[in-house]
Write a protein that binds this ligand. Structure first.
Ligand code: NAD
Length: 340
């Protein structure tokens, strides 16, 4: 019995065949998380220099070891392919994949929307999930709603931690109130070294005063290190352009100017510098002003809080897709489904 049949036995429906686009920090964490799941099977992994595909399921440890030692899953024999157009080549190969998690850098700021366009152009049908962060990037995707609908793609956007888990928690907390006054998201991230999450750190630098997405993208690794040396490895971020605002506005919860996002990222210590939380303040129908606070456990890593929700939304997106519901949805509109 192969891995797929094994996973789908014991009265479980066939496992959802998953591809992970981007095999850096989050992509590898996503693969590790899937290893323990019965309802999903990792069939494709893609990085900048190649991809690996196995219909019966990839050997996750081998994928990670190959990526870390040789720089691309494309070197993995016999399932790897080396190519500079890895995403396009995988889509065009027409290997069956039910849904993809886009764990790609969104550098430049229209990169993930351009990948979505590749899927549409190729006539691919299925579920796409991202953990994209910027408001302006989510807005580009939302503008593609009709194209996605016509293509038969169910696209779930903003489905990481923030935006994602915390935005969804805010949407839930809002139910106690007649009017929402403020949604305040504060995140703490601790990672042992910045190289494990280069795109995340570069994108965060793009939010600092005096920097832009383009400036952060153009920085060499040495320049990033020099900046981190000056701040003792800590990035403090305030009033970030984060899509939690547009997502809560579209969900009809509050105007975007009532939503703020900030946080502290320690790139030299896996311990969180502060507890990640969302505070939702509003007025009840009786006229009482109150605040709900949802705080993540300090032991939970960024990877756990991004990849768990991403696959929860991939499962929810698969159910929508099976019912013929296509287009684009945000993490604030749909409840994620727990993946067993
Ligand atoms: P990383 O730098 O560790 O890895 C990026 C991966 O993408 C690498 O494997 C690289 O080879 C691959 N890649 C780059 N360009 C590619 C291309 N053109 N084709 C195919 N593969 C390509 O990235 P990371 O730190 O894991 O971050 C991934 C994304 O997750 C970032 O956009 C980050 O903002 C996002 N993120 C979201 C949240 C959230 O809560 N929403 C939290 C953390 C990170």
């Amino acid at each position: 019995m192969n891995a797929e049949q094994l996973k789908s036995s014991n009265n479980f429906p066939p496992a959802i065949r998953v591809g992970v686009l981007g095999f850096g920090g989050l992509g590898q964490a996503a693969a590790k998380l899937l290893a323990a799941k019965r309802e999903m099977i990792l069939v494709a992994a893609v990085d900048q220099k190649g991809y690996a595909y196995a219909a019966e399921g990839l050997n996750i440890q081998e994928c990670i070891a190959t990526y870390q030692s040789q720089g691309s899953v494309g070197y993995l024999e016999p399932v790897g392919n080396l190519t500079n157009h890895s995403i396009q080549d995988l889509i065009e190969s027409a290997h069956p994949v039910d849904g993809y998690f886009l764990a790609l850098p969104n550098l430049p700021n229209d990169f993930i929307p351009s990948v979505a366009k590749e899927f549409i152009k190729a006539g691919w049908r299925g579920v796409l999930v991202d953990a994209i962060k910027r408001t302006s990037a989510v807005e580009q995707l939302l503008a593609m709603k009709e194209e996605l609908q016509a293509a038969g793609i169910t696209y779930m956007t903003g489905c990481g931690a923030t935006p994602g888990l915390l935005t969804a928690a805010a949407a839930l907390a809002a139910q106690s109130y007649a009017e929402i006054h403020q949604v305040e998201i504060t995140f703490g991230v601790g990672i042992a070294n910045w190289e494990a999450y280069r795109a995340t750190v570069r994108e965060d630098i793009g939010h600092m005063p005096g920097y832009t997405v383009e400036a952060a993208r153009a920085m060499t690794d040495a320049e990033v290190e020099a900046l981190l040396d000056k701040t003792n490895g800590v990035l403090t971020l305030e009033n970030m352009e984060h899509a939690d605002d547009v997502m809560l506005e579209i969900a009809g919860i509050c105007d975007r100017d009532r939503v703020t996002v900030g946080g502290v990222v320690d790139t030299r210590n896996p311990k969180k510098p502060l507890s990640t939380n969302v505070k939702v303040t509003g007025r009840t129908f009786e006229g009482k002003i109150s605040t709900h606070t949802f705080t993540l456990g300090d032991e939970t890593s960024m990877a756990a809080n991004v990849c768990g929700p991403a696959f929860g939304y991939l499962k929810a997106g698969t159910q929508l897709h099976q019912r013929g519901v296509y287009g684009i949805f945000t993490a604030a509109e749909i409840m994620p489904q727990f993946v067993r």
